[in-house]
Design a protein around this ligand. Structure first.
Ligand SMILES: [Mg+2]
Length: 331
């Protein structure tokens, strides 16, 4: 049985304050914008002049976004926060603070909750984001976690989905399809996977630093994070920018997964979700580095007039690409 609300909050607060290598004093110094975190009616955050606040909220629902028999509690906690941080990255923002609301069934062990919190707090520490508050409640039977992440961006500098123009080139960071391939594998084999062979599924790295570089160096004209899958997320950019796109099959960087490592199917790279890489556009004459922070950046196509999205096959023929995004773990 998980601890009662007060005790649970006190425990998570202690874990957040005493994460490895940290003292409460450290926490205060690292989190310079946090005037008051857990322990009052509201968190109090300092906001610099001429900055804008980014707010994103994401559910992690048992049976939809994760399964207790597939994902370790640490992975569930990590992925829960990664979803929010990835949205901040997609705007070119810096993460300011995270807020967690948890609804837990009575039959859940406190050990599960502790391990979940550890996974979440480890990622928070890596990104210097304080867990600054939240809420807990009892859930009738499944685990529900809702993460809110606040971020900042200099006034008027957020990178929107709506900034792409015909002629812009289209880029992705990292490799695609790795996360979805883990789900396919677990569904087919009906057993747990070694998280180390599928890090992009179990412990995805939100691309906060890359997003910031793309904003600071004024490289990206439009951006989104790849949470639903390339075909769907590219359609979001095209819709908001009122443009079309043409991408090329041979250019799409496919993830290598498992051991021994093998390249994922094209279908997964095109439609598989939850890679949490960045998809962005840049003017054709804009220089774009081949790597940012050690992560490859690959040009996969170009923005076109109109509203169609097409996929050029290896022979150079174009086919219309339908958005067939990710349905999480629903059958
Ligand atoms: Mg997003």
């Amino acid at each position: 049985v998980p601890l009662a609300e007060k005790a649970l909050i006190a425990r998570i607060r202690r874990m957040a304050d005493l994460a490895p290598g940290r003292t409460p004093k450290h926490t205060r110094a690292a989190h310079a914008f946090l005037e008051k975190g857990i322990g009052d009616d509201c968190a109090v955050l300092r906001v610099l002049p001429r900055t804008e606040l980014l707010v994103t909220t994401d559910f992690s629902l048992e049976g939809v976004h994760f399964r207790r028999d597939w994902h370790s509690p640490e992975s569930v906690g990590h992925r829960c926060l990664a979803r929010g941080l990835s949205d901040i990255a997609a705007m070119g923002g810096e993460a300011l603070a995270a807020f967690l609301s948890l609804a837990l069934p009575r039959d859940l062990s406190q050990v599960w909750v502790d391990r979940f919190a550890r996974g979440l707090i480890n990622l928070a520490e890596k990104n210097k984001v304080p867990l600054a508050g939240g809420d807990t409640a009892q859930s009738p039977d499944r685990i529900l976690a809702d993460i809110v992440v606040l971020g900042t961006v200099p006034q008027g500098k957020a990178i929107l989905r709506s900034g792409a123009h015909p002629g812009d080139c289209i880029y992705v960071t990292g490799e695609l399809g790795g996360s979805a391939s883990a789900v396919v594998e677990m569904r087919e084999t009906k057993r747990k996977l070694n998280a180390r062979s599928y890090p992009r599924h179990f412990f995805p790295v939100p691309r906060i630093n890359i997003g910031r570089v793309l904003r600071e160096q004024k490289i990206a004209s439009a951006m989104i994070d790849l949470s639903d899958g390339l075909s769907t997320d590219l359609a979001h950019i095209c819709q908001e920018s009122r443009v079309g796109a043409e991408i090329s099959v041979t250019a799409i960087p496919r993830a290598r997964v498992g051991s021994p490592a093998r390249e994922v199917d094209l279908e997964l790279a095109l439609h598989g979700g939850e890679d949490y890489e960045l998809l962005f556009t840049a003017p054709a004459n804009q220089r774009v580095p081949a790597k940012i922070g050690g992560v490859p950046v690959t040009r996969i196509g170009a923005i076109t007039r109109g509203h169609k999205i097409s996929l050029k096959d290896a022979g150079g023929r174009a086919h219309e690409l339908q958005p067939r995004g990710w349905e999480h773990f629903r059958r």
